[in-house]
Design a protein around this ligand. Structure first.
Ligand SMILES: Nc1ncnc2c1ncn2[C@@H]1O[C@H](COP(=O)(O)OP(=O)(O)OP(=O)(O)O)[C@@H](O)[C@H]1O
Length: 497
């Protein structure tokens, strides 16, 4: 290879190393590089989880590396190339061990023998590239165990985001990019050098309509956390596949929520027959607790969670000893939290503590508007989950055509993917799906003014709607009762009815 070819590859690979793998720039860059470099002579790279173009590019990496090392045997690296050469070494070594990392991910159980084999490969890989990384003083190169932990995290994140968040529409591509950034930030280099611990603990709020994949996004983020590797034990400090701890807060009573999250002591309440550790204790420092339906929790739980977010401190129910949680918190809701805050049902301080970062999921309607073919993809994905690959091949074309003939073209899928899953099951069983159209949603003010013009509400409905409007506007039962000059309990009865 010529010197200018080597320099070109070094420059582009530096960009490629830190490009978001789910962004359009990466695919464009790879295509440009292949155009510039031509088809490689080497064997196709056996990397499994990669696009065809990327596999074609990898032999170029190998030959650039050989040419570079040959050149380095006679003269030192130009100063301006050093940083790029180190990135190049990172990229080349990562892809050399990527299949072995995939194997670790597939083999869910911790296996110290397998971990040690990959670790040794990384150590050898660093040694072989010592001339490419000369002068580099950062942790990545001086602690192979840190490099291993970074590689393992990168691969896990790629794997989970790729496999969990399905679809080729633009909004879904954007969502995958957003999730990658939520894990690694936009500055991957600083993340891997020194930000990984702190950023890993940033709480993240996932917002979006019901059934639009908030839990899927939470799983992808939670399972992609950085976990240090312990050389002596041959294990990671926590088991990655067991590090995600979800809880649906709307399904539990107040006492159960606190017991589930914080644990309880024996005798703390009726039925507490023995001590029990809560989710925060089980999750540990490298775990993630996912608080689903956070918009539904009471003020008292919000206060306890706020304390935990601020100081890491909490107490088990019936215990006065303080415990600490230093893992990650993810929370999700389909509710409009700004409206909830205005109405006084969601604390502002809690909201701001929760959203170290925010991710917004996408409705099925938005996806289908952008790319109608996604209906086929989603149905195929759902059928594969229900009946396996062969079943999906057989069933999904029939299901798609039934949907197309029975569901109006402009149907907006209010229940999102969950509704589509239901539709698939209905068609499998009864060969039909009856989509229920909802009336377009109106604000309380619109409803009241229409009803006023048409005199279409009963007196009781009128009082109820008026009380709700006052409650939403003023933010508390007390203030609404004062304004409407009625008893607070009356307001509460109307609002909650
Ligand atoms: N992009 C997608 N493609 C196909 N199926 C999806 C997608 N996103 C979500 N699903 C499926 O839709 C169902 C609902 O997803 P999930 O539980 O994550 O939604 P949610 O937003 O958390 O809902 P809720 O607000 O009710 O908790 C799941 O079975 C999931 O597998």
């Amino acid at each position: 290879m010529t010197r200018s070819q080597i320099e070109y590859v070094l420059t582009e690979i530096r960009q490629l190393t830190f490009d978001n793998p789910f962004g359009p720039e990466r695919a464009q860059r790879i295509e440009r590089m292949l155009k510039q470099l031509g088809t490689p002579n080497g064997e196709a790279h056996p990397l499994q989880l990669a696009s065809a173009n990327f596999r074609k590019l990898l032999p170029w990496i190998r030959s650039t590396e050989q040419a570079l090392l040959k050149q380095l045997a006679t003269r030192p690296l130009p100063e301006a190339w050093k940083d790029r050469a180190s990135c190049f070494a990172f990229f080349a070594l990562y892809h050399e061990v990527a299949n072995a990392l995939d194997q670790l991910i597939r083999n869910r159980a911790a296996d110290s023998h397998q971990n040690r084999q990959v670790y040794t490969k990384i150590q050898q890989g660093v040694a072989e590239r010592h001339r490419l990384i000369e002068g580099m003083t950062d942790r990545i190169w001086n602690q192979p165990e840190h490099l291993f932990a970074c590689f393992y995290q990168l691969r896990r994140a790629f794997h989970h985001i790729h496999h969990e968040i399905i679809g080729d529409s633009t909004p879904i591509q954007r969502l995958r990019m957003q999730v990658w950034e939520s894990v690694f930030t936009k500055d991957m280099m600083s993340y891997q050098q020194w930000m990984y611990e702190a950023v890993g603990r940033f709480p993240t709020l996932i917002l979006g309509p019901s059934g639009s994949g908030k839990e899927i996004v939470a799983r992808a983020i939670g399972l992609s956390r950085f976990i240090p590797y312990q050389v002596k034990a041959g294990t990671f400090e926590a088991s990655a596949p067991d590090s995600f701890h979800p809880v649906n807060l709307s399904a539990l009573s107040e006492t159960l929520i606190e017991s589930e999250l914080f644990g309880h002591r024996k005798g703390a309440f009726t039925g507490a027959n023995q001590d029990r550790a809560g989710l925060f204790a089980s999750a540990g420092a490298y775990g993630t607790v996912f608080l689903d339906e956070i918009g539904d929790v009471s003020e008292s739980t919000q206060v306890k969670l706020l304390r935990l977010l601020q100081s890491g401190e909490y107490q088990a129910v019936g215990d006065n000893q303080t415990q600490h949680y230093s893992g990650k918190i993810l929370a999700a809701t389909h509710k409009d939290l700004h409206a909830e805050m205005q109405a006084g049902r969601f604390r502002e301080d809690f909201f701001y503590r929760l959203c170290g970062d925010q991710v917004q999921t996408v409705s099925l309607n938005e996806i289908l508007k952008d790319r109608p073919e996604e209906l086929d993809n989603s149905v195929h994905y759902i059928c594969r989950k229900l009946f396996g690959t062969d079943g999906a091949e057989q069933l999904s074309p029939r299901i798609v055509s039934t949907l197309q003939s029975q569901v109006p073209v402009d149907y907006d899928w209010p229940g999102n993917f969950r509704e589509l899953e239901q539709a698939v099951r209905n068609i499998v069983v009864r060969n039909e799906y009856q989509a229920v159209r909802r009336p377009p949603s109106q604000s309380p003010t619109q409803q009241i003014s229409q009803a006023y013009q048409r005199s279409s509400m009963t007196m009781a409905e009128w009082m109820q709607a008026y009380a709700k409007q006052a409650y939403q506007q003023l933010g508390s039962y007390k203030k609404a009762a004062e304004r409407l000059q009625v008893d607070q309990r009356t307001i509460k009865k109307w609002v909650d009815s």
